[in-house]
Design a protein around this ligand. Structure first.
Ligand code: CP3
Length: 336
């Protein structure tokens, strides 16, 4: 078993940095598209055999140093009964979006534990076949809630923010419940064998600093306290680089940095005992290969000698990325 990722999460990696990529099992891979031609995305998320197979695709094709479980942050909202489907070219659609405090009250009686068994089964099938660490994940409460309230992807999260600002009490109740669901889901994944977890607060950048503290970080803090004693936790708060000092205070084992931030500057403020992950602009992978190498080397130089550096993108890989660019990137980091 390769342990580079786990070593880096303890800030004890003495060799080259490990690399994995957010959305590494996705549409940019021909093998993924071939499976996707036969199954809907949700079918792929629901079937343990497919979860196991798809998680491994990028490891077999490119040899990343860690696998991330193939699933989606929206399987928790789905388990809570709001109805989920994915439409090609549109993205996720929540069939019964939340509108009121009464809708929140209805969610409270639902227990997650019997509803995500297929994820556990997928991990159990997958684990014996993997030679790299397996990362589990969940969406952060605010990011999950934004989809549940907006009914899908949204440019401005208008409905979510209106609710948050006009009825903070029921919004907090929703956040609290989603935090408990996130914890339950992560605990199930850990019991089944994931060795680290990442929490995706993909819409952190939509909130003002004070809102972020009150409605996001308060709950991330709770999740980190409960899960960080079991396996290392990586926090990814996209668009929140101005609050990195407060992200550090939650004391996760690692923080994942989006591509807007300057890693050299981040390195100056993150304690030497905390891992730093990131932050190549995913669009660099659509540039000529010599540019891919040059940009990767820039990050590798900025982070040289850091025993807790994990190479990754600043956000998920996009479907238009050429396979050769991914190969080139992995080689560049692994030969460093
Ligand atoms: O990283 C991995 O390879 C693991 C699997 C993974 C997926 N989604 C698979 C996926 C992970 C970790 C996610 C996280 C996720 N899902 C986030 C947080 C990270 C981020 O991107 O900010 C969010 C917000 C979602 C919700 C979601 N899922 C959206 C908005 C979409 C549609 C956008 C798109 O790319 O089509 C998805 C679909 C999705 N999730 C796909 C994959 C491989 C593409 C589905 C397809 O095959 O059509």
């Amino acid at each position: 078993m390769k342990t580079l990722l786990l070593d880096a999460l303890q800030c004890r990696n003495k060799s080259r940095p490990p690399i994995w990529l957010m959305r590494q099992a996705g549409r940019y891979m021909p093998e993924y598209r071939a499976l996707r031609a036969k199954h809907s995305f949700l079918e792929m998320c629901h079937q343990p055999e497919l979860i196991a197979e798809i998680t491994q695709l990028p490891i077999r094709a490119f040899g990343m140093d860690a696998a991330i479980l193939f699933s989606d942050i929206l399987v928790i909202p789905e388990a809570l009964g709001v109805g989920l489907r994915f439409e090609d070219g549109v993205g996720p659609i929540i069939e019964r979006p939340l509108n009121s405090a009464q809708d929140v009250a209805k969610l409270l009686s639902i227990d997650m534990h019997d509803r995500l068994n297929y994820v556990v089964d997928g991990i159990r099938l997958l684990k014996p076949t993997l030679n790299v660490p397996l990362i589990g994940f969940c969406g952060a409460p605010f990011t999950m809630a934004s989809y549940m309230i907006e009914g899908g992807s949204s440019r401005d999260l208008r409905k979510t923010k209106q609710w948050m600002l006009s009825d903070p009490t029921s919004f907090h109740q929703l956040m609290d419940h989603l935090a408990e669901c996130a914890i339950a889901s992560l605990e199930m994944q850990i019991d089944a064998g994931v060795q680290a977890v990442q929490i995706f607060e993909s819409w952190a950048g939509m909130l003002a600093c004070a809102q972020l503290r009150e409605f996001s970080f308060a709950y991330l803090d709770k999740i980190v306290k409960r899960i960080g004693t079991k396996v290392p936790v990586i926090l990814f708060c996209r668009g929140a680089s101005s609050l990195i000092p407060e992200t550090i205070k939650m004391n996760p084992q690692g923080i994942s940095i989006d591509w807007n931030a300057d890693l050299a500057a981040v390195r100056q403020i993150v304690p030497p005992t905390m891992a730093i992950q990131g932050n190549l602009d995913p669009h660099v992978l659509c540039a000529p290969l010599h540019v891919v190498r040059k940009e990767a080397k820039r990050l590798l130089e900025e982070m040289r000698g850091h025993p807790g550096y994990i190479f990754n993108l600043g956000h998920g890989i996009t479907p238009d990325v050429p396979v050769d660019a991914v190969k080139t990137l992995i080689e560049c980091v692994q030969n460093h």
